[in-house]
Design a protein around this ligand. Structure first.
Ligand SMILES: O=C(O)C(=O)C[C@]1(C(=O)O)C=C[C@@H](O)C=C1
Length: 359
């Protein structure tokens, strides 16, 4: 079986977005049951709790272990919720299956490791449980897809992904940079794979959860996984990013769920008009870019004739600074301008390189 054969039936059975909520870590039976009781079952279908916790440093709380599986079983029996937990090796997988956990997710630190993924995939062979693969910690789409391929190859059909953001050294307001374009590329290449957003790990702070959740729905994600705790500040792990079950409900009620399309005449006629404008502008842009490259070629010939180096850092820096200043005034973001200019400059340098190579 390949990942193109995965179908969405397991998620389509819900007539609304899938919401997975519960504590980052199961801490005690009482804590697990109290959170389950306080979650509104009209909004939350799946109860999550980490019982094996991969932590950055030794000595941190690493989860209660297998005993927590009994608590999840009680949640299922007493509240009728589906249950979910993270597995990171074959023995976790075996135990989770034994305890009839419905959704198993593979964490970002396991997705990066092909050996771990292979071991987990083999231990879940032919399972009819839902298996969700979190993105790897580093922004590597192929590694993410590779993990899914290993699972699909073992006959696991109910697959999905969780987008939890990517580690980065760059300062940003996020704990893990969302880099939405990576998840969107996955969605584009494999539209059949359900995608769930994890605003708790992307944001790293409870204040960002509603904003990130809304962005995910703006991009037509299939669901959310949000860490929820009765006393978030006292949580044994990820305290800053957890919210109470009541706050979760407020956030969910306020979210706008976007539909795929709108068939009304008003929408489609306006959309067609704007798309026509975009087509026209794109044509002009391409024409301008082609003209710019023609000039770069002329400079290339000139440099070749006079034996001058292609890369001119001073000119490039001035040009970039100027364009970013002018572009920002026109309302374009610095990040976009930066990417655009780097890509234009690269093409220009490549063309000049070809000219230099021509004898
Ligand atoms: O100004 C030049 O020397 C160019 O060749 C043009 C150009 C550009 O595309 O803007 C390309 C390469 C240089 O590094 C600097 C600028």
């Amino acid at each position: 079986m390949s990942i193109r054969d995965i179908n969405q039936d397991w998620i389509n059975q819900f007539d609304k977005p899938l919401i997975i909520a519960g504590p980052c870590s199961a801490e005690s039976e009482k804590q697990v049951m109290e959170i389950a009781e306080r979650l509104d079952k009209d909004y939350v279908q799946v109860y999550r709790a980490g019982i094996w916790k991969p932590r950055t440093k030794p000595g941190s709380f690493e989860g209660v272990g297998a005993i927590g599986l009994n608590w999840l079983r009680r949640v299922k029996e007493e509240f009728g919720m589906l249950t979910a937990t993270e597995i990171a090796n074959a023995s976790h997988a075996k135990l989770a299956l034994e305890f009839d956990i419905d959704y198993l997710w593979i964490g970002a630190r396991s997705t990066v490791n092909p050996f771990a993924m292979q071991e987990i995939a083999e231990s879940l062979r032919d399972t009819d449980k839902v298996v969700l693969v979190k993105n790897p910690v580093n922004p590597d789409l192929d590694l993410w897809i590779g993990g899914l391929e290993r699972l699909a190859a073992q006959g696991i059909k109910k697959l999905g992904v969780i987008h939890r953001g990517f580690s980065s050294n760059n300062k940003s307001k996020y704990r893990n940079n969302p880099q939405w374009q990576i998840a969107l590329e996955l969605k584009d290449r494999f539209p059949n794979i359900p995608i769930i957003c994890d605003p708790s790990h992307i944001g790293g702070t409870r204040e960002l959860i509603s904003e990130i959740a809304q962005q995910a729905f703006n991009l037509e994600y299939n669901g959310l996984m949000i860490e929820t705790h009765c006393n978030p500040d006292e949580a044994w792990s990820d305290a800053k990013q957890q919210i109470t079950p009541e706050r979760l409900k407020e956030i969910l009620v306020d979210l706008t769920i976007r539909k795929k399309n709108d068939l009304s005449d008003d929408f489609s006629s306006k959309l067609n008009r704007y798309r026509g404008e975009i087509d026209e502008l794109d044509n002009q842009l391409l024409g301008l870019l082609a003209s710019r490259m023609d000039v770069a070629k002329k400079i290339g010939i000139l440099k070749k004739d006079h034996n001058v180096a292609i890369f001119q850092p001073d000119r490039w820096n001035v040009l970039k600074k100027l364009a970013i200043r002018n572009g920002s005034r026109m309302g374009l973001s610095e990040e976009f301008l930066d990417h655009l200019l780097i890509s234009i400059h690269k093409e220009s340098v490549d063309l000049q390189n070809k000219i230099m190579d021509d004898i």
